[in-house]
Design a binder for this molecule. Structure first.
Ligand code: NDP
Ligand code: 8X3
Length: 270
């Protein structure tokens, strides 16, 4: 896919820190961004599942001899430890990051308020909100010092259009939205670009995690619909990151063509 004549040179040589790289949108973004840079990219793949990261690292290196890839097993939900983990474990030669993609995120269950397990509420907020904030806190002073940096936060239609039985996840994505756009307003006097991408329905492992490993239930969510695939969002993230320095694609709401809001999804009758 071509992102325009200058896209490759705009991303080439950059160092990217990408969370949620072991699956779905993150995995697809790692592949798409490296491709867009013609392989001239340094990318840190962060997620909890180390084997998946190693597999993706091998795949990228097989496709692009020039690419430099660091598999970085990392639990973003341990938000109080983020700064220490990165200081201790991120090799010096990987410390100068140009692009932070806060993509890791999840939801457990579809409960009503009053029925949520505290552990699930904590897990959702620690991953989607507190982890994202801690990573951003960690990189912002570095971005300010180096005079540039791109941050892409993955929000959701759920952050704009809350729905029943999704209160905790919706609230977490509304928090991502507020945090992202406050930060953007704080950086207007810098060359730091802050962007939010808000997908609608994308078929990934997200639904399996939401349905606590029940694959049939996860698949049923998309019955009669044609959801987006991870690569669709990876293309949007890559497009946004390969615009001219003075261009900030601050907000991107992306649906499959038959979806208009969280609840308005056309389903083909059986
Ligand atoms: P996947 O379940 O396929 O991927 C989620 C990724 O997040 C995995 O790589 C997972 O890795 C990582 N992750 C989860 N918890 C942690 C953690 N504690 N520390 C580090 N990494 C973690 O789902 P998607 O690709 O769909 O989700 C990506 C983002 O897109 C999420 O923020 C999600 O909220 C958002 N989104 C998804 C939509 C959809 O319909 N799919 C729609 C709108 C937004 P691991 O388990 O190895 O740690
Ligand atoms: C995931 C999309 O609508 O299931 O963010 O919440 S939705």
């Amino acid at each position: 896919m071509s992102y325009g004549p200058k896209a490759a040179e705009r991303i080439a040589g950059k160092t990217v820190f990408l969370t949620g790289a072991s699956s779905g949108i993150g995995q697809a973004t790692a592949l798409e961004l490296t491709e867009a840079a013609g392989g001239d990219l340094r990318i840190i793949l962060a997620a909890r599942r180390a084997e998946r990261l190693e597999e993706l690292k091998k795949e990228i290196e097989k496709r692009h001899e020039r690419a430099e890839v660091l598999a970085f097993p990392f639990d973003v939900s341990k938000h109080r430890e983020v700064a220490k983990t990165l200081d201790d474990r991120l090799p010096k030669e990987w410390a100068n990051v140009d692009v932070l993609i806060n993509n890791a995120g999840l939801v457990y269950g579809s409960e009503r308020v009053g029925e949520y397990a505290q552990q699930d509420i904590d897990g959702i907020f620690e991953t989607n909100v507190l982890g994202l904030i801690s990573l951003t806190q960690y990189f912002m002073p570095k971005f300010r010092a180096q005079g540039h940096g791109d941050i892409v936060n993955i929000g959701s239609i759920a952050g704009l259009d809350p729905y029943p039985n999704g209160s905790i996840y919706c609230a977490s994505k509304a928090a991502v939205r507020s945090f992202t756009h406050s930060l953007r307003k704080e950086t207007l006097d810098t060359r730091i670009r802050v962007m939010e991408v808000q997908p609608g329905a994308v078929e990934t492992e997200f639904s399996i995690v939401r349905n606590r490993g029940d694959v049939d239930k996860a698949k049923a969510v998309y019955k009669g619909t044609e959801p987006l695939v991870a690569e669709d969002i990876a293309e949007i993230i890559t497009f946004n990151l390969t615009r001219r320095q003075n261009t900030v694609v601050a907000d991107t709401l992306v649906f499959p063509s038959h979806q208009a809001s969280a609840a308005h999804i056309y389903r083909k009758p059986e």
